[in-house]
Design a protein around this ligand. Structure first.
Ligand code: HEM
Length: 367
């Protein structure tokens, strides 16, 4: 018994020695151990990992999107039929489409929560003002991806979304030419929106993501507001260690896989909708939940509200780091701004509630 254990120990020792040599050879070439740089312990809590979870969600969207692109036709005649093909014939098409759809919803939610965390903890303050603005760019691109994705289905909902796209293009005037179906006769607008969905917006988003991550690396993750405020009051500077980025990455992948699992279950339980072929004479759809706060504005002020209402909101958010001159970061020491933020969120949620219960209204062509 004792000699057997000794032999096993020798085998284990050789095996772990071999594993160690493989790791050392890989690390020498790829520098993976460089990822084990110190990060503060609180960076591994869910509030500080929401950005990483959103990023993981984008990877899922890219992977499922590549699969969907194998079967999708970006022409007015073929688009809806090809989505039906994906749902009914293409291998794993239905589940890939469902995961794509549900992950888009979940990522939108995690991005909003990430933004909320940055707002509540005052992490947009010096020196992170530009990263807040880059984040707003990422938010706009995500909304653009969801909007263009909706049109691609080319069902009634997609066609009505396109109607809004065209009208908004006209309202923008000279700069709205790209949104017009008459911009070119060589490619139908659904083909150009497809290019926006799979090339232009992902390329812009990748560029902004790289800048976002480089700045997070450059500044380090913000310290806990209470530690920061203690340092402002003359206490010791907050600790920059306690964990490693490698451990943070592992947790990010873990939470990301939970999101993937949730999206997979939802895609299996709830069939991702595809409406009937478009009828241009009717308007019967309400938009996705993230557009709903602006739906009542469309009723009250017409289509131009779709430009100025979200525009004002984004402009107000962009100003936040520049008008908040309070040296502290704890919510309890920034009561006025936190209350304003809470009121804005309550109003937006109330608008979503109102938009959900009000009857569908016709907006396009009713200016
Ligand atoms: C595509 C969407 C986004 C992704 C993938 C993303 C990703 C990340 C990641 C991975 C971090 C590191 C820490 C963390 O996860 O909290 C981070 C930090 C940050 N993000 Fe984002 N982000 C996105 C959108 C936004 C938005 C919409 C804003 C705000 C308008 C924003 C503002 C910031 C700021 C200021 C930091 C530094 C926070 C700190 O140091 O505590 N991000 N982001």
């Amino acid at each position: 018994m004792s000699s057997g254990t000794a032999i096993e120990d020798v085998h284990d020792g050789r095996a772990s020695g071999r594993l160690w040599r493989i790791w050392a050879a890989v690390d020498e070439r790829l520098g993976l151990s460089g990822l084990a740089y110190p990060v503060p312990k609180h960076a591994n809590g869910i509030p500080y990992i929401l950005g990483g979870i959103s990023f993981f969600g984008f990877l899922v969207l890219a992977a499922t999107g590549v699969w969907l692109a194998q079967f999708y036709h970006s022409t007015p005649e073929g688009a809806r039929e090809s989505v039906a093909y994906i749902m009914n014939v293409a291998p794993l098409g239905d589940v890939a489409r469902g995961i794509h759809f549900w992950t888009a919803n979940l990522v939108m939610a995690t991005i909003l929560l990430h933004m909320g965390r940055v707002f509540v903890t005052g992490s947009y303050k010096r020196p992170r003002e530009v990263n807040w603005l880059i984040g707003l760019g990422l938010l706009s691109i995500t909304i653009g991806l969801i909007f263009t994705g909706t049109v691609l289905k080319w069902d009634q909902e997609g066609f009505e979304a396109l109607g809004h796209n065209v009208e908004i293009g006209e309202l923008i005037g000279a700069f709205g030419f790209w949104f017009s179906p008459t911009f070119t006769t060589s490619l139908p607008i659904v083909g150009r929106l497809y290019i926006a969905h799979v090339v232009i917006l992902p390329a812009l988003g990748t560029f902004l993501l790289i800048a976002h991550f480089l700045l997070v690396k450059r500044h380090g993750i913000s310290s806990r507001p209470s530690d920061f405020d203690a340092a402002v009051d003359g206490g010791p500077a907050a600790s920059k260690g306690g964990s490693t980025f490698a451990a943070h990455l592992v947790r990010m992948v873990g939470f990301g896989l939970v999101i993937l699992a949730v999206a997979t279950v939802l895609s299996l339980v709830i069939r991702t909708p595809l409406g009937g072929p478009p009828d241009p004479s009717i308007e019967v759809s309400k938009p996705w939940w993230m557009f709903l706060p602006f739906y009542p504005f469309e009723d009250w002020f017409g289509l131009p509200a779709l430009i100025w209402a979200p525009g004002l909101l984004i402009a107000a958010l962009a100003l936040v780091p520049f008008i908040d001159r309070n040296p502290y970061r704890s919510p309890s020491r920034r009561r006025a701004l936190i209350i304003i933020g809470a009121i804005v969120v309550i109003v937006l949620v109330a608008l979503v509630g109102y938009a959900l219960v009000e009857p569908v209204k016709s907006h396009v062509g009713a200016m």
